[in-house]
Design a protein around this ligand. Structure first.
Ligand SMILES: NC(=O)c1ccc[n+]([C@@H]2O[C@H](COP(=O)([O-])OP(=O)(O)OC[C@H]3O[C@@H](n4cnc5c(N)ncnc54)[C@H](OP(=O)(O)O)[C@@H]3O)[C@@H](O)[C@H]2O)c1
Length: 214
């Protein structure tokens, strides 16, 4: 079974930040960005999300647009893609709104032996990203959206596991240290082919790049 198709979806500032200098829960995109985010969710079987992003935001993005919900229903798919939360600690406040959201929550974690935290339906062992991704594909998750944050995105990008970048560039200069990838990473010189560029209104620009394989 081949690895799933993996698409990184982020809103980034003109200076390449994914959160304000003060950190915290970033809400960078406007209405156009929300639509393309929901379109990506409608395409996906599952969404990879870093634990810090869930803790800071308290919830994850859901598909709300009726035409996208209808499209998934016609395809006999669940309303929402599964939320695949990546965590070493497995430590979450059970009162987070995330645990009330109408979706399947799976924990991807390298820690063995501990109980499944409340609110999660399943756990998958994360020792090695390529193995885990192949396992997810075997379970029917052939299309994955990676919703960040930077720590998680960096790991998958540096291992050449991300096939597509879907970036919404928002008209802000944020400064600070929260680049959309950790500054410590060093990449092989992969190149990316521009597949789409589209104005989203509100001075936002969608850029979709596909990784060119060696
Ligand atoms: N602009 C956007 O589109 C966008 C999108 C998403 C997030 N954000 C922003 O990004 C920031 C959060 O990003 P972040 O980089 O700080 O954190 P993150 O990537 O969301 O989460 C990091 C956490 O993920 C877990 N993790 C990462 N790699 C792991 C691995 N290999 N195995 C097991 N667990 C692993 C760890 O969780 P544990 O601590 O539980 O062990 C780690 O602390 C927030 O400011 C958020 O608002 C922006």
């Amino acid at each position: 079974m081949p690895a799933p198709e993996l698409r990184l979806v982020l809103a980034v500032s003109l200076d390449g930040r994914l959160a304000p200098a003060t950190g915290g829960a970033a809400q960078l995109g406007g209405r156009g960005d929300r639509r393309v985010l929901e379109e990506a969710l409608a395409w996906a079987d599952g969404c990879l999300i870093g634990a810090r992003t869930i803790r800071l935001h308290g919830s994850t993005c859901l598909i709300r647009d009726p035409d996208l919900l209808e499209q998934r229903s016609t395809q006999r798919r669940s309303d929402q893609p599964h939320a695949l939360v990546v965590s070493r600690s497995g430590s979450f406040d059970p009162c987070l709104r995330f645990f009330q959201q109408p979706l399947q929550r799976w924990l991807l974690s390298p820690s063995a032996g501990s109980d499944l935290p409340p609110g999660f339906q399943q756990r998958r062992w994360l020792q090695d990203w390529p193995d885990l991704l192949r396992g997810l594909a075997e379970e029917g998750m052939q299309r994955l959206v990676l919703l960040g944050g930077a720590e998680l995105a960096g790991q998958l990008l540096v291992q050449n596991l991300v096939d597509e970048l879907q970036l919404t560039v928002v008209p802000q200069l944020l400064g600070g240290s929260h680049s959309w990838l950790p500054a410590s990473l060093a990449f092989d010189p992969n190149t990316w082919r521009l597949e789409e560029q589209r104005g989203l209104g509100g001075d936002e620009l969608l850029l979709r790049y596909r990784r060119l394989r060696a």
